[in-house]
Design a protein around this ligand. Structure first.
Ligand code: SF4
Length: 400
């Protein structure tokens, strides 16, 4: 019914590091070549936890956009925009909040985890409780079909789907819907109208899923229908309501395989990161001083890669032959740790070379980034406004 769009955002909370690249950005870069993608700077989300430090957010937003472009996010393939520049997100968030039960928000597992993990902050705020609902608005407003997420975010997607379903159920009822839907059927032309009615009956009476899919495919091809008639006919297939918001699917992405320099999750708060655009000397120094298997006190002591964070870097960066060389050399004390780390250093520097090159024009002329984002904001806003027109109409707020 709507184009297969992917929507994903990131909070601007500091410079991006290689954990972000391997955990999310590399995946964005793959997806942007496959289908329409909207990638946004989630600045309102950053405020839910950093409401007392707003200066950091704006500065980080521009740095993060340069990092995205450096990593290979391509503005001619994907739409890049800033969440707060599309105020329709906030309007949809507000309207969805009217009918979202509090319990749905309180039961989101990350809510309690975050409150415990960020114990130094006062997160007993209305904004923080509502952030999964804002996330839902971010996605539903683009009628996205897919959201790339890790396993831990699945409950958020399930909640988005429930919110969309509840909204369609509450507000998809249109005055005179049955008659309007039947008028729309006639506009299909007699042959297709007959087929539509047959398939609808097969689905509604016998639960025939194939008939439903066939009818949906037929509607996808019915280009002569207006958008509103098409929505009516999609809704009429399954019941007597219009589909206003689309239930998105989760697109599971592998969680980052790249840990921090100390083997824990790579995170600025642990001080164990390599920045996306780190300079060569810093990369060399950071990897050279990485902890290794504590059993290798002397060069002659044998070690075990399974107890060493450097090995996890080899698993991301090294080919099979190098990995075999590491395992053999470590277990037999045939190689030293500094020697073992060199291929990792070389691979990171090689990975980062094109990133530095891609970033340079944007660092030389920051107006280039501003222009890309201004264009992206316009594209996103237009799509968001289309959805909001339907949402307002459905909720009796169109005042025409
Ligand atoms: S040889 Fe390599 S894998 Fe073994 S402990 Fe040293 S750095 Fe780690």
């Amino acid at each position: 019914m709507y184009p297969d769009r992917v929507v994903s955002g990131m909070r601007p909370t500091g410079a991006m590091h290689l954990g972000h690249y391997h955990g999310a950005l590399a995946n964005w870069i793959k997806m942007q070549a496959q289908q329409p993608c909207l990638f946004f700077v989630a600045d309102w989300h950053a405020l839910t936890t950093h409401y007392d430090d707003p200066d950091l957010i704006e500065r980080s937003a521009w740095d993060m956009l340069v990092d995205w472009l450096a990593a290979g996010v391509n503005p001619s393939q994907a739409t890049l925009f800033i969440q707060s520049r599309v105020p329709e997100h906030a309007e949809l968030h507000l309207l969805l909040s009217m009918a979202t039960p509090l319990g749905w928000l309180e039961r989101v597992p990350t809510y309690k985890d975050q409150i415990e993990n960020l114990a130094t902050k006062d997160l007993a705020t209305y904004g923080f409780l509502g952030y999964p609902l804002l996330q839902a608005a971010d996605v539903l407003i683009y009628r996205a079909s897919e959201v790339p997420v890790g396993e831990d975010q699945l409950p958020h997607i399930e909640m988005m789907r429930e919110i969309a379903r509840r909204f369609n159920h509450l507000y998809g009822k249109e005055k005179g819907f049955e008659q309007k839907a039947q008028d729309a059927v006639k506009k299909l032309g007699s042959k297709r109208a007959k087929l539509y009615n047959e398939l609808r009956t097969q689905f509604q009476q016998d639960g025939d899923g194939e008939a439903l899919e066939q009818a949906k495919a037929m509607l996808d091809d019915a280009h002569s229908l207006s958008m509103i008639d098409r929505e009516r006919l999609f809704g009429y297939l399954e019941g007597s309501r219009k589909l206003i918001l689309v239930e998105p699917q989760a697109r599971l992405t592998a969680s980052s395989r790249l840990p921090g320099l100390d083997g824990r999750k790579m995170s600025k708060s642990y001080g164990n990161t390599i920045a996306l655009r780190e300079d060569k000397d810093a990369v060399t120094k950071k990897v050279r001083t990485m902890p290794t298997d504590p059993a290798r006190v002397r060069r002659s002591d044998a070690g075990d890669p399974a107890r060493c964070p450097v090995w996890q870097f080899h698993q991301v960066y090294s080919d099979n032959a190098t990995q075999e060389w590491v395992v053999k050399g470590c277990r037999s004390a045939g190689i030293g740790c500094i020697e073992c780390k060199q291929p990792v250093i070389d691979a990171i520097i090689k990975e980062q070379e094109p990133m530095h090159e891609r970033a340079q024009p944007y660092l030389d002329d920051p107006t280039l980034v501003r222009a890309i984002v201004a264009d992206g904001n316009d594209v996103a806003r237009k799509l968001a406004q289309e959805t909001m027109r339907d949402v307002r109409e459905a909720m009796g707020l169109s005042y025409t």
